[in-house]
Every structure is written in C-alpha cells, then in structure tokens.
Write a protein that binds this ligand. Structure first.
Ligand SMILES: Cc1ncc(COP(=O)(O)O)c(C=O)c1O
Length: 370
C-alpha cells in the first residue's frame, strides 16, 4: 500500500507554524479555553482526570451530536479524532482494491489520496467555475456504473466555499440510491454559511447508505481539539467503531468534555453566530482588497467557510507564487497547484482581522512587483 504525498497537508505541516501570518487555514482563528468559556467550565476541565475516554465518544457527546440532525440517536454516531479520521475510517471500513469511487473535484484531497493508496479506482466529476462552482449532475450520472461503490462529496466545498442546493443534494441522493452506492459526505464546513442558514445535510435524504462526516475544526474554530464524527446507520457505526479500535482507540478525554459543552444547543448557536459574524466582516475586507487591484483576479465569493479561491492573471505558477510570498513576506497561502489547479490561490480569510490586514498589505508588496 503506497500513499501519494498529500501536498496541501505536507506544506502546512512544514510551514504553518514558521510564518508570521498563516493564511492557509480554512476555518476561523481559534480562541483559548479562558477566552471561550466561563470560569466554572474551565475549572471543570482543569479537574478532569486524564483517563482514556469513551472509544465511541461519551453518551452525552453522542447525544449532543445526534441533536444536530433529524431522526438521529446516539447509536447513529461515532466520534473521531477530527473529520480526517472519520474519512479515513470510512474508506478503511468500506472500500476494497478495485472498487470504484466517484469523487467531487476540486476537493480537499485526503479521501482521493487515501483511497488510491487502498487500490480504489477514483473517477472525478467537476464543480464548474462558470456554474458558480456547482456540478452538472449529468456528469455524475454518466460516471456511475454497477461497479460504483461510493460517491464522495465535500459540501460546503473546500476550496471554493460553494454550497449545493437542497435539490442537488436530493438528486445526488437519487443517483446513489439507483446505483446502490454509498454516499460519503464530508460536511466539515457546515455551520459556517455566510447566509446564516445551515445548508441541507446529506443526512436529510434518508438513504440508508449515507455517511455524513463533520467536526469542530472549521465552523466551530476548534481544530486543536481534533474532534470529528460520523453519522450513519447503526450497522455501519458498529463497523466503524471496530475499525477505530485499530486507528486511535478514542478521542482525548478533554476534547470529548469540551465538545459536549460546545455542542449544547445554545452554546452551539452562539459559536456559529460568532463564526459567521467574523466571516462576513473579514470577507468584506478581503473583497475590498481584491477590488483595489482590478484586472488582476477573478473571484466567486464563497457561500461558506473561511476560504477564498481566486484566479490570478499574473504569469507565474501558483506553487512558485506562494513560495515567493512565503519567502519574501512570511505569509503562507495555498497554491492552486496543490489542488491540481494552477493559476488559483486559496486565501484563508478567517484570521484575526488585524492580522488579515497586515498579511494582505504584505502580499500586496509582492504582487506589485509581478
Ligand atoms: C473538507 C475537509 N475535510 C476534512 C478536513 C480535516 O479536518 P479535521 O480537522 O476535522 O480533521 C479538512 C481540513 O482542512 C477539510 O478541508
């Protein structure tokens, strides 16, 4: 089993803690325990014994997660170390060499790279910039065959921030149902919609072979907790729990306790409202920055997430451009190349606003020389 390099994560691993300003993130800037929670709760965390946790996630946490979705109970929930682990476990649990997967592109390429390493045949379907980064559903229909084991969706999408309409979600559900294929929906950006309205979850289509993966890293701004989950039918959850015994046993005890608190209905609402307020303000600042250099960029604003996926007119390769920005002004960006899409850059605009302003000024200094 050989895994291709996961270029985006590798680059972040090397550089994100070395640069002055990290605009390679796709979530809002995280806070500390003291800044986010009251003293009573922080004391509770301070006094929690660091035993192993619950390998499926504590019942209270699974109840809080189930409460986010319709017609869901804790037996439909497995808790993971980030949605990345939820994605990995789904592949390990369901896929075999020679299986066929239909995969949304562009995308966070974890599932594609991991599945290829497992010997899966990955067939892309595309989001089109001319359609505001939406798909042509006929493309999916034409790719599906009797060998299709899984259709993989990232909604809201990384890197474009586009969101599928409710109709599209249901239509993709129908395509999967007719093929008897699994749907693996990575919904880690759900909750970070700029409109304030939570997008339709693939869970809502009511199709038994659906796995919805999500977590606290993006919309909730808590990536350091490494907390994610899968929602699926009870049989799949039992199988995923058994696979998880091999991967990381359990999530951290403290992460489970903090996540349970964060996902209580009123707390969740408060956190997501704060995220959206930050995103709207920062996107406004970012859009003004783009607008002051007309002719340089083409940009469809995101509907969700702290990512702006921008086409640029400069005559330079995207990896070279982000390296130049990183080396000359110590700001990290994401190259379109890392998504297989040269001439695009992904700007993470979820940073603290003062940092975002300084980072954009610094980027300007480089762009003005091109
Ligand atoms: C679409 C998508 N899925 C999963 C992940 C991994 O997130 P987590 O921190 O929840 O493991 C990311 C991270 O950028 C992502 O963009």
């Amino acid at each position: 089993m050989r895994f291709e390099t996961f270029v985006l994560e590798r680059q972040q691993s090397i550089w994100e803690n070395k640069v002055d300003y990290n605009l390679s993130e796709s979530g809002v800037h995280p806070g500390s325990l003291n800044s986010l929670f009251d003293k009573k709760f922080v004391d509770k965390i301070n006094n929690t014994e660091l035993t192993y946790g619950f390998t499926e996630g504590s019942l209270n946490l699974r109840k809080a997660i189930a409460d986010i979705y319709d017609k869901t109970n804790p037996d439909n929930v497995q808790v993971f170390n980030g949605s990345a682990e939820a994605n990995m476990v789904a592949c390990l649990t369901l896929l075999e060499p020679g299986d066929e997967m239909i995969y949304m592109v562009p995308n966070y390429l974890q599932i594609q790279g991991f599945s290829k390493g497992l010997g899966v045949d990955v067939k892309p379907f595309y989001l089109h910039e001319s359609l505001n980064w939406k798909p042509q559903l006929d493309e999916i229909k034409n790719l599906v065959s009797s060998k299709t084991k899984m259709i993989c969706i990232c909604n809201p999408n990384n890197p474009t921030g586009s969101v599928l309409s409710k109709n599209m979600v249901f239509e993709i559900g129908d395509i999967a149902r007719q093929a008897g294929a699994w749907i693996l929906a990575d919904e880690v950006y759900r909750g970070a919609e700029l409109s304030g309205e939570e997008c339709t979850s693939f869970w809502d289509i009511g199709y038994d072979r659906t796995i919805v993966n999500c977590g606290l890293s993006k919309a909730y701004g808590l990536p350091g907790l490494r907390l994610g989950w899968s929602i699926a039918n009870e049989d799949y959850i039992q199988n995923a729990w058994a696979t998880h015994d091999y991967t990381s046993i359990a999530v951290g005890r403290l992460s489970d306790a903090i996540a349970t608190h964060v996902l209580q209905r009123t707390n969740r609402k408060k956190i997501l409202t704060a995220t959206r307020t930050t995103l709207r303000k920062n996107l406004d600042l970012f859009q003004k920055w783009l607008d002051h250099c007309p002719g340089r960029f083409r940009f469809i604003p995101p509907e969700a997430g702290a990512m702006a996926f921008v086409y640029y007119e400069f005559d330079i390769n995207s990896t070279k451009l982000v390296e130049k920005v990183r080396d000359e002004v110590s700001v990290m960006l994401v190259a379109g190349d890392w998504y297989g899409m040269d001439r695009y850059i992904r700007f993470g605009y979820g940073a603290k606003q003062d940092d975002l302003k300084v980072a954009l000024d610094r980027i300007d200094r480089v762009f003005n020389t091109l």
